[in-house]
Design a binder for this molecule. Structure first.
Ligand code: SF4
Ligand code: SF4
Length: 391
């Protein structure tokens, strides 16, 4: 039976989607070629044609809380085959961008992260914060050195008598910034995901994709475990033909982040449990992992930039460039601060370390509002699809 809806178009939503890169949505004449060529779309209630119709009608509620928009990996196959030159892949990408800002609170911050005019303010927050922390570290170190001089002892800050990042900004200060920041990111995601899961489930019930009234948490977690290998291997990307080359870049960035996450946690324990401060030897295997992960991040982001510049027919928005630029800056400053430290150039080391901390802060603090949030929302949507056997 055909679905029946009471249509309440939200024209502001249409305008926003157009502004976020979905400017071709009005070209669609609903031929369904896109749904047929999409290698990922399921047989029942396939996407992206139904999303194109809903988008042109301004049916915000049917789209923002629709798990299917996250199953699309923006491979571009449908955009290439569309006889009308509409770009369903880009339209779905724009709807996803909208959905991220819809679920993340505070909304004002979400809008700021996606507004290029607000970039100087967003950068200024960590820039001022870390400048202050550097000032406090240096002044405190100077005061302690003077006091110890008076009493005839030598002041040693955590055993650092070599060129070390902690001499510029205390590791304590860095952790005092990033530990609460991690908590903030977790809380924002938890609040957003609570609404997101409820919405995709309500939509699935409404559209007859599932007959379960409530989500079974145990089954949902089992579905998460089953879907994890697909995400880790980026298997869905490999099913596409148009943008297959993006798989390598995405995997390099993903594994780069995973590697750096492992390294950060190991060094955190080494410092606070075993009380061994850095810098650590380059012969340390954890350092090897850090270096490989850093290089992977740099190469992956450069490949992403190359791919986007080469594909002139696919839209790249400020959100895309903000994230790729940040990832590249993060990788470059991380590696360069290490290299300049080994070369013994204090000024460059500390300057690069400072920029690196600003980049890490931006990546973390703005994560729930930036395009990187897709990692979380897509994982949940893919889990829900697995849970609901929507394959
Ligand atoms: S987006 Fe293009 S391929 Fe898809 S239904 Fe519309 S006109 Fe057809
Ligand atoms: S961009 Fe690729 S995955 Fe997304 S709807 Fe189009 S064909 Fe399917």
């Amino acid at each position: 039976m055909t679905d029946r809806y009471l249509v309440e178009p939200d024209m502001d939503f249409v305008k926003e989607v157009v502004g976020l890169g979905g400017d071709t949505l009005k070209k669609c004449f609903q031929c369904a070629t896109c749904s047929v060529v999409c290698p990922i779309s399921p047989d029942t209630k396939p996407f992206p044609r139904k999303e194109m119709i809903a988008a042109s009608w301004g049916l915000k509620d049917k789209l923002v809380g629709n798990g299917d928009i996250w199953l699309c990996h923006n491979c571009g196959d449908c955009s290439t085959m569309c006889p009308r030159g509409a770009k369903p892949g880009d339209v779905l990408g724009a709807i996803r961008s909208y959905a991220i800002t819809e679920y993340a609170v505070p909304k004002a911050l979400g809008k700021a992260v996606n507004d290029p005019k607000k970039l100087p303010v967003l950068l200024a927050v960590p820039a001022v914060l870390f400048a202050l922390l550097a000032l406090i570290t240096v002044v405190f170190s100077g005061v302690m050195t003077s006091i110890f001089d008076v009493i005839g002892l030598e002041w040693s800050h955590g055993g650092h008598d070599v060129l070390a990042h902690a001499n510029f900004i205390s590791t304590w200060f860095v952790d005092l910034v990033f530990i609460p920041l991690t908590g903030w990111v977790v809380v924002i995601f938890a609040l957003g995901l609570k609404r997101f899961i409820r919405d995709i489930h309500d939509n699935a019930v409404l559209e007859g994709k599932t007959d379960k009234k409530e989500i079974d948490i145990k089954e949902f977690l089992q579905a998460f475990v089953r879907v994890l290998p697909t995400i880790i291997k980026h298997e869905k990307f490999s099913e596409c033909s148009e943008n297959k080359d993006r798989t390598t870049a995405h995997l390099m960035v993903l594994y780069g982040f995973i590697g750096l996450f492992i390294v950060t946690n190991i060094f955190f324990f080494v410092l606070y449990i075993f009380h061994i401060p850095g810098p650590y030897s380059q012969l340390n295997p954890v350092k090897w992992l850090a270096n490989v992960a850093g290089i992977s991040l740099i190469i992956g982001s450069i490949l992403m930039i190359k791919s986007r510049l080469a594909k002139k027919d696919q839209s790249s928005t400020y959100k895309d460039w903000f994230l790729i630029g940040l990832v590249l800056a993060l990788g470059l400053t991380g590696m360069l601060t290490e290299m300049t430290r080994l070369a013994g150039t204090a000024f460059l080391t500390y300057l690069l370390y400072y920029i690196h901390l600003v980049c890490v802060f931006c990546l973390f603090a703005y994560l729930p509002f930036s395009k990187l949030a897709h990692l979380v929302y897509r994982t949940v949507a893919m889990t829900y699809a697995e849970y609901g056997k929507r394959t």
